[in-house]
Design a protein around this ligand. Structure first.
Ligand code: DON
Length: 236
């Protein structure tokens, strides 16, 4: 299991010890801190009774609307950008939409977020999701197809290379260095524009295996941790 830097107590103690309350800390000295993503996160949970929760929560852009709720301490999101504030023009994630998603009273903006639960015989079989703006549905779909259709173990299904197409821009986005060059050339010959980018999505998922054991997986692309917690009473 991948150890999240946020759960590494030795490392955290080192960070605390590095703070001098009498002197300002140069920002450059903080570069070794674990990178906390500023926008969206997803987590998946299954309890001992098989009850499942799949949550994707977002500020939308980095630090949302850059306003903190007075007295409460959380940052307000800027989900308003998920409306087509200028129909026909791309939003933050390059999505081009029309009047249907225009701002109007009583409407809810279109969201790509899709926290997911697949069930079998009324019981959760796979709980999963990801941040990633417009790439969320394509990431979720690829993990689902890899695991539930191709029967890849969940670790492989999550780690597998990802691609994304969102209509406009009219290009297939692929994770850099993860796809076969011959395959890329073949697609280019067919007229597809291929754009490489760094990673796509950061999935957090739990599969319930046939024998009922839980297999939690945090994306090797980083930022998460996965574990099974056995309550003390049950462990005795
Ligand atoms: O609701 C949506 O589709 C977007 N606000 C999600 C933004 C997001 O996932 C950014 N994360 N990396």
């Amino acid at each position: 299991m991948r150890q999240s830097p946020f759960r590494d107590r030795t490392r955290l103690a080192g960070v605390v010890a590095s703070i001098d309350p009498r002197r300002s800390t140069p920002t450059a000295a903080l570069s070794s801190l674990p990178g906390e993503r500023p926008t969206t996160t997803h987590f998946s949970v299954i309890d001992g009774n098989g009850m499942a929760v799949s949550i994707t929560t977002t500020l939308n852009d980095s630090f949302g609307s850059a306003r903190v709720a007075p007295g409460l301490g959380f940052v307000w999101n800027n989900e308003m950008d998920d409306f087509a504030t200028r129909p026909g023009q791309p939003n933050l994630y390059g999505l081009v939409q029309g009047e249907v998603n225009a701002v109007a009273p009583g409407k809810r903006m279109l969201s790509s977020m899709c926290p997911s639960i697949a069930s079998s015989a009324g019981k959760a079989a796979l709980v999963w999701g990801t941040p990633g703006g417009a790439t969320i549905p394509t990431t979720n779909l690829q993990v689902m197809l890899n695991h539930l259709l191709r029967r890849q173990p969940l670790e492989e299904a999550v780690a597998a290379p990802r691609f994304h197409q969102q209509d406009l821009p009219d290009a297939i986005q692929i994770e850099r260095g993860r796809f076969d060059n011959a395959w890329i050339e073949e697609l280019r010959k067919m007229g597809h524009e291929i754009r490489e980018r760094e990673t796509i999505g950061r999935v957090h998922a739990i599969a319930v295996e046939r024998d009922g054991t839980l297999n939690p997986v945090a994306d090797p692309r980083g930022g998460g941790a996965a574990l099974v917690v056995v309550p003390r009473a049950a462990a005795r």
